[in-house]
Design a protein. Structure first.
Length: 165
């Protein structure tokens, strides 16, 4: 073994050890930092989001989350929002949204002219309907009902109590 080989092994070993130390120390530092921010009394809550594409609640949550993100991006969001509509809504649902938008001069998916700060999606007790609550801040939230077909495509978006198709 020559001195160049020994030096390279030493550098690799040092880099490996530094990487392992960083991998262990970084999460510990973040945890300590988070605990210091909260006064050290509360544990950092871990969030988990799960779902499956065959579940209507998951599908609607995926759509609204991606759609709101796309609409929040003024530079690139318009085209993506249009593509998301085409993917998640059935053709008759797209036509219905377009008619609503022509009448109301607002976004037919969000039923507003701006983007909500948060949203909640939950089942309505039937397999083909999902409830949405859109919140903009201090104003009253907007509640919507989304109807889906057996292929998990959105067919109708309406306010609660409005007749479904």
């Amino acid at each position: 073994m020559n001195s160049n080989t020994t030096a390279r092994k030493h550098v690799r070993r040092t880099a490996l050890i530094a990487g392992l130390v960083a991998a262990v120390a970084l999460p510990l530092g973040l945890t300590a930092s988070a605990q210091a921010t909260t006064g050290g009394t509360a544990a950092v809550a871990q969030r988990t989001v799960s779902g499956k594409s065959s579940d209507n609640v998951t599908r609607v949550a995926d759509f609204y989350g991606a759609y709101i993100d796309a609409k929040s991006d003024p530079d690139n969001g318009g085209r993506l929002a249009t593509e998301l509509r085409k993917f998640y809504l059935r053709a008759d649902g797209l036509r219905e949204v377009a008619k609503w938008e022509d009448r109301n001069h607002a976004d037919g998916i969000l039923r507003a002219q701006n983007v909500p700060l948060k949203w909640t999606v939950k089942g309505n007790g039937t397999a083909s309907q999902v409830g949405i609550t859109l919140t903009w801040g201090v104003s009253a939230p907007t509640k919507l009902v989304v109807d889906l077909d057996r292929n998990h495509k959105i067919t109708h978006i309406r306010t609660p109590g409005a007749a479904g198709k």
